[in-house]
Write a protein that binds this ligand. Structure first.
Ligand code: TK8
Length: 337
C-alpha cells in the first residue's frame, strides 16, 4: 500500500515540476488534486471510465486539476469512500446506488427488483428529470452527484446448485450489498442473505462464509468470481446504477468553469463507460461458461414467480423510499417505453 502513503492529504500542494504554469490555472492559484477511488479492479469498465474522466479533466484544465486514480477498493469500500467524501479527505468515488440509499433513502427506488426492463429505459429515467432531481438530494449530505454511470443488471451466482426458480433459493447464503431492500427481497425469495461490502466478497465466497452473490457478468468475470462459484443464472433481478460522486466541499472550492468541466467530463466519460460496460456484459456470460461455470436460463414463468414473490416487499418499502419518488420513477419508466 506504499502508493497510498505517498499520496498525502487532499489539501497538500501537489508534486512540483509538472505544472505548466499557464494562465488558465491562475483563477484558482494552485494545482488541485482529485483523489478518485473505486471498488472494482483496473480491468473493469468502471476503471476505464475513470481514466477517461482523468484524461478529460487534466486536458481541459491544462493540468490545473490532477486526478489520481485508485481501484480495487484501495481507498475503501462504497460506504467508507462516500464518508471520506463527506469529510473532504477524498474527492471522487463511484458507488452503486444501493449503499448510497443509506445516505439518501430515495435512492432505494432503484433497489426495487425488476424495475427497469432494459438499459435504454434506465438511461432515460436516470438522465431525465427524476434521475437528476435525485442527484440534487445528495447535497444535504455534503455530496455532489454529477451523473450516473452503469454497474448493470445483476445476476445470481452460487456454489451450491443451479437456480432456476424461487424454490431453488431455499436457504442459500447470499451476500447482498449493504441495503435493506435487497436483504428483505432475498429473504422473501427464501434465501439467507448477509450484507457485506464488495471488498470482503471474494474471501467470503472462497471461505464459504456465503454460498453466493449477485453482480453483473462483467464483475463476475473480471473479478474472477468464477474461481469460487459454480452456477450462474440470468436472474437480471436488479439494474444497478453507479453514481459519480464528488465531495461537496471540494466542488464548492472550484471556479464555475472548473465545475462545468467536472460535470461534462463525468457525463462524457460515463457515456463511454456505459458502452464498454454493455459490451463487457454481453461478452462475459460466454467467458464464464468457458471458465467452467454452469449457466441456467430463467424461464418467463419462473421469473414471473420471482416478481410476484418480492411484490409484498416492494409495497412495504414504498413509504420508506418516499411515495413521490417511487411514483415519479414508475411514471418515467412508462413514458420511456
Ligand atoms: C463496487 C461495488 C460493487 C457492487 C457490489 O464498489 O457491491 O456488489 O455491485 O461492484 O459498487
Amino acid at each position: 500500500m506504499g502508493v497510498l502513503a505517498a499520496c498525502g492529504n487532499a489539501d497538500s500542494e501537489s508534486s512540483s515540476g509538472d505544472s505548466d504554469g499557464g494562465d488558465e490555472s491562475a483563477s484558482s492559484g494552485e494545482e488541485k488534486v482529485i483523489k478518485a477511488g473505486i471498488g472494482l479492479n483496473d480491468d473493469h469498465p468502471q476503471y476505464k471510465g475513470l481514466l477517461k474522466f482523468k484524461e478529460i479533466v487534466e486536458e481541459e484544465t491544462d493540468g490545473a486539476i490532477k486526478v489520481e486514480t485508485y481501484h480495487s477498493g484501495q481507498l475503501g469500500d462504497d460506504r467508507s469512500m462516500t464518508e471520506a467524501l463527506q469529510l473532504g479527505s477524498q474527492e471522487v468515488t463511484i458507488p452503486s446506488t444501493a449503499p448510497l440509499a443509506n445516505f439518501v433513502s430515495d435512492f432505494s427506488v432503484f433497489d426495487i427488483p425488476f424495475l427497469f426492463p432494459d438499459e435504454q429505459v434506465a438511461d432515460e429515467v436516470l438522465d431525465g428529470e427524476v434521475g437528476q432531481e435525485l442527484l440534487t438530494k445528495l447535497e444535504d449530505q455534503d455530496l455532489v452527484g454529477l451523473t450516473y454511470w452503469e454497474n448493470g443488471f445483476r445476476d445470481l451466482t452460487n456454489s451450491k446448485r443451479a437456480v432456476a426458480s424461487v424454490d431453488d433459493f431455499d436457504g442459500l447464503k447470499i451476500r447482498t450489498m449493504e441495503n435493506d431492500l435487497h436483504l428483505d427481497a432475498f429473504k422473501a425469495l427464501g434465501a439467507n442473505p448477509t450484507p457485506m461490502a464488495f471488498t470482503e466478497l471474494f474471501t467470503a465466497l472462497q471461505q464459504g462464509t456465503v454460498d453466493g452473490q449477485e453482480n453483473p457478468y462483467a464483475t463476475i468475470y473480471l473479478e474472477k468470481l468464477y474461481e469460487v462459484q459454480e452456477h450462474v443464472s440470468d436472474t437480471h433481478h436488479i439494474y444497478s446504477p453507479f453514481v459519480f460522486l464528488m465531495s461537496k466541499s471540494f466542488y464548492d472550492g472550484l471556479t464555475e468553469d472548473q465545475q462545468t468541466i467536472m460535470k461534462d467530463a463525468a457525463v462524457e466519460a460515463g457515456q463511454e463507460q456505459r458502452e464498454m460496460n454493455r459490451e463487457a456484459n454481453e461478452e462475459y456470460l460466454q467467458s464464464l461458461q468457458d471458465e467452467g461455470m454452469e449457466y441456467t436460463e430463467i424461464s418467463d414463468e419462473d421469473r414471473e414467480e420471482m416478481v410476484e414473490t418480492v411484490q409484498p416487499v416492494i409495497e412495504d418499502y414504498k413509504e420508506k423510499i418516499g411515495e413521490e419518488t417511487v411514483d415519479k420513477v414508475y411514471q418515467a419508466i412508462e413514458d420511456a417505453q
